[in-house]
Design a protein around this ligand. Structure first.
Ligand code: GTP
Ligand code: MG
Length: 324
C-alpha cells in the first residue's frame, strides 16, 4: 500500500474548500476513506448541497483510493483478484474443528457472523479470538491488536487474562493490545464504525469485534413504522464494516441474536435477527447452539463449506475442541 489511509486528507478532493471540510469533519467524515463510504443522501444532508455535487465528491474520493491501491477498481482482472486474495490471512479459533468449518480460521477482508441463543458461546469466541490475534502467523495469529466494540457490556478483561495465562501466553502484553470501545446507543455505534479507520491504523488492529451488531438498533427502533429506517441504517453500518475489512485487510467478527419465526412449521424456527441486510453483507454466518455441556456450530448458507455441524467446548482456555 502506497499511502496510509489517514494521510489521504480531504483537501485532496477537488472542490472541497475549507468550509466544506469543516462541515465534513464536524459530522465525523475526517478522511477520504470516510467520504468514500458515505451515502449520497447522508452527504446531501450534511452539506445541504445538490445530489449531483455530493455524488461528485464521493466518486472523487473513491478514485483517489483506487489510485492509491486502497480500493479495488470496479473492473479488475482475475489475476489481480487472486493476488489480493493471497493477502488474506486467518486467525485461529483454537478449536481445530471450528477452524476447519471456517476453512482455516476467521478470515481478513471478510465479515464472519456468529449468531445463536444466549449462552451459546458468541462472546467467548470473541474473547478467544482477541487473544489469538496476538499470536505470530506461525501459530495462526496475525501478530496484531484487536478492537472490541462492546454494545452489551459483556467484555471482561479478567477473562482475557485467564485465557492467555492458561495457554502460557503473556497476558499483560495481550491486554495492552486489545482496545475496548464501549457503545451507549445505536447512533454512537454508527459514529464509531464511521471513524474506525483511524483507530485501526493507530492501534495496528488486525481484528474488529462487534458484540453485538444489531441489539441497539433492535431495541431503539421499535414498531413497524421505524423498520425501514432501521434497516437502512444497519445497511450503511454493515457495508461500511465490510469495506473497512477489505481496505485494511482486517478480520471483522460480529455477533447476532436470534429471533423466532412464528410461521415455520418444519425445522428450526430460529433465525438470525436483522433480516436480509445482515445476511447479504456477512461473508460467513455460523449458527451456534448449546449441545449438552458443549456447543455446536453450523455454517449457514455457504456453498463452499461442508454441511453439518461441529462441536467445541468452552473451558478456562476459552474455546477448545472436545476432550478425546
Ligand atoms: P449472549 O451474549 O447472552 O447472547 O450469549 P453468548 O452467546 O455471548 O454467550 P457467552 O459466549 O457469554 O457464553 C456464556 C457461557 O460460556 C456460559 O454459560 C458458560 O458456560 C461459558 N463460560 C463463560 N465464562 C467461562 C469460563 O470462564 N470458564 C468456562 N469453563 N466457561 C465459561
Ligand atoms: Mg454475548
Amino acid at each position: 500500500m502506497a499511502e496510509s489511509v489517514i494521510d489521504l486528507n480531504l483537501d485532496r478532493i477537488k472542490g472541497v474548500g475549507p468550509k466544506t471540510k469543516e462541515k465534513l469533519i464536524d459530522n465525523g467524515i475526517t478522511s477520504v476513506l470516510d467520504l468514500a463510504v458515505t451515502l449520497p443522501k447522508e452527504l446531501e444532508e450534511i452539506l445541504g448541497g445538490k445530489e449531483e455535487n455530493v455524488n461528485l465528491f464521493i466518486v472523487s474520493a473513491r478514485r483517489l483510493l483506487e489510485e492509491n491501491g486502497l480500493l479495488e477498481r470496479e473492473f479488475i482482472t482475475a489475476s489481480e483478484l487472486l493476488k489480493k486474495r493471497k493477502s488474506m490471512r486467518r486467525i485461529t479459533t483454537s478449536s481445530t474443528n471450528l477452524d476447519e468449518l471456517l476453512g482455516g480460521g476467521v478470515e481478513t477482508q471478510a465479515i464472519t457472523e456468529f449468531y445463536g441463543d444466549f449462552g451459546s458461546g458468541k462472546t467467548q469466541i470473541c474473547h478467544t479470538l482477541c487473544v489469538n490475534c496476538y499470536l505470530p502467523p506461525e501459530e495462526n495469529g496475525l501478530s496484531g491488536g484487536a478492537i472490541y466494540i462492546d454494545t452489551e457490556g459483556t467484555f471482561r478483561p479478567e477473562r482475557i487474562y485467564q485465557i492467555a495465562e492458561t495457554r502460557g501466553l503473556n497476558a499483560e502484553e495481550i491486554l495492552k493490545k486489545i482496545i475496548l470501545c464501549k457503545i451507549y446507543n445505536s447512533n454512537h455505534l454508527e459514529v464509531v464504525i464511521r471513524t474506525l479507520g483511524k483507530y485501526i491504523e493507530k492501534f495496528k488492529a488486525k481484528l474488529i469485534i462487534v458484540d453485538s451488531i444489531i441489539s441497539l438498533h433492535r431495541a431503539e427502533f421499535i414498531g413497524r413504522g421505524t423498520l425501514a429506517e432501521r434497516q437502512q441504517r444497519l445497511n450503511v453500518l454493515i457495508h461500511r464494516l465490510l469495506r473497512q475489512a477489505d481496505i485494511y485487510n482486517v478480520a471483522v467478527v460480529v455477533t447476532n441474536q436470534v429471533q423466532t419465526k412464528p410461521d415455520t412449521f418444519f425445522g428450526d424456527p430460529t433465525r438470525p435477527a436483522g433480516g436480509n441486510i445482515i445476511a447479504h453483507a456477512c461473508t460467513y454466518r455460523l449458527y451456534l447452539k448449546k449441545s449438552g455441556p458443549n456447543r455446536s456450530a453450523t455454517m449457514v448458507d455457504s456453498p463452499y463449506h461442508p454441511y453439518g455441524d461441529i462441536k467445541f467446548r468452552i473451558t478456562e482456555k476459552g474455546i477448545e475442541d472436545l476432550a478425546t
